[in-house]
Design a protein around this ligand. Sequence first.
Ligand SMILES: NC(=O)c1ccc[n+]([C@@H]2O[C@H](COP(=O)([O-])OP(=O)(O)OC[C@H]3O[C@@H](n4cnc5c(N)ncnc54)[C@H](O)[C@@H]3O)[C@@H](O)[C@H]2O)c1
Length: 360
Amino acid sequence: MIDLFRPVTRACDLTIDPGLHRGIGVVGAGAITTVAHLPAYRAAGLPVLGITDLDADRAERARAEFGLPRSYTLEEMLADKAIEIVDVAVFPEAQPDIVRAALAAGKHVLAQKPLATSSTVGRELVTLAKNLGRSLVVNQQMRYGEGMAAARAMVELGWIGEVTHMTIDTDIITDWSAWSWIVNSPRLDLMYHSIHYFDSVRAVLGDPQQVTCVAGRRPGQLAVGETRTLTTLTFPGARSALVKVNHENHTGDQHATFRIDGSDGAIRGTIGLLYDYPHGRPDTVELNSAVLPTDGWVPYPVTSRWIPDAFAGPMRALLGEIAGLAPAPTTAADALRTLQLVECGYASIASGATVSFPPD
Ligand SMILES: NC(=O)c1ccc[n+]([C@@H]2O[C@H](COP(=O)([O-])OP(=O)(O)OC[C@H]3O[C@@H](n4cnc5c(N)ncnc54)[C@H](O)[C@@H]3O)[C@@H](O)[C@H]2O)c1
């Protein structure tokens, strides 16, 4: 059996060929840059040439911690010809202007999720990148996390037959207090968290036809926006998905699971990151297949984590796209669909009705 897992292990491999390397400049030295982007790029041996942040002290601290050659102002970074890729991780509202400026300066861009907080702006960025002939990819990295990547590979290998349903089910406690921009955002879970699940579901099932979503809050919670969401998605062929999220589980029994059912088996697992964010633990993945010589649930040996390891995935894909190897799966045009799905979720919450996807 362990030999059968070889194609899955290969599909999860995120090593980056040094021949693909290009100079990277990082914009934003906040939490996700220091716990995920820079550790992943260091492990992958990528040439990060420098960093900038509105808070110059913060940029300098990150520069020193990761031994980067220099810190910049944004203007200096965009003028540096050695930097071919700008990797953006700032407050979501600040991202579009930086993306526009970087593309106009001739850089390829890896943007954080969400690409923008409205699909109108997201579409404009997609068009701009296309017109300028630059790559714009979005850091939707959950699909590259080893648990989800292994599950996707098993699906693509046909090990559970035709996919019929996918569930993501999390009951966790999330401390938003370090991010005042999230605490005060009227839109929270779908825009900043479930967007990862929507991307992973789309990576397995494609685009849905209909979206139904309800949302709630815990009385007395810190965050302004929704911290509980329940989204059902329906797909052609009577296939479906359920994304169920609660960030306000104060009873100590955290869980974060996923399951993909098919005509000839199922895959189930846990999302390790969410048991102790941002350190987490490795995901688990188990397979039950009627088309392989398995006897019950067989564990797949996961050896890496969503944070930081999966963050090599979107950068690897961007480098491959720039080199002409293959389009990046989370290119901005694809991420725009995920953002539209988020917006359909909010439209369903507001109207209490099922919403068609894609929107008109
Ligand atoms: N798994 C993930 O993909 C993941 C996880 C967490 C956050 N994020 C995303 O990453 C982005 C940043 O999140 P974070 O947790 O690092 O936030 P943060 O608040 O910790 O840091 C944001 C940083 O951006 C800097 N900044 C803001 N505007 C800027 C500008 N115009 N130019 C330069 N720097 C600027 C701030 O000074 C701050 O240091 C957000 O879009 C968030 O949604 C993604």
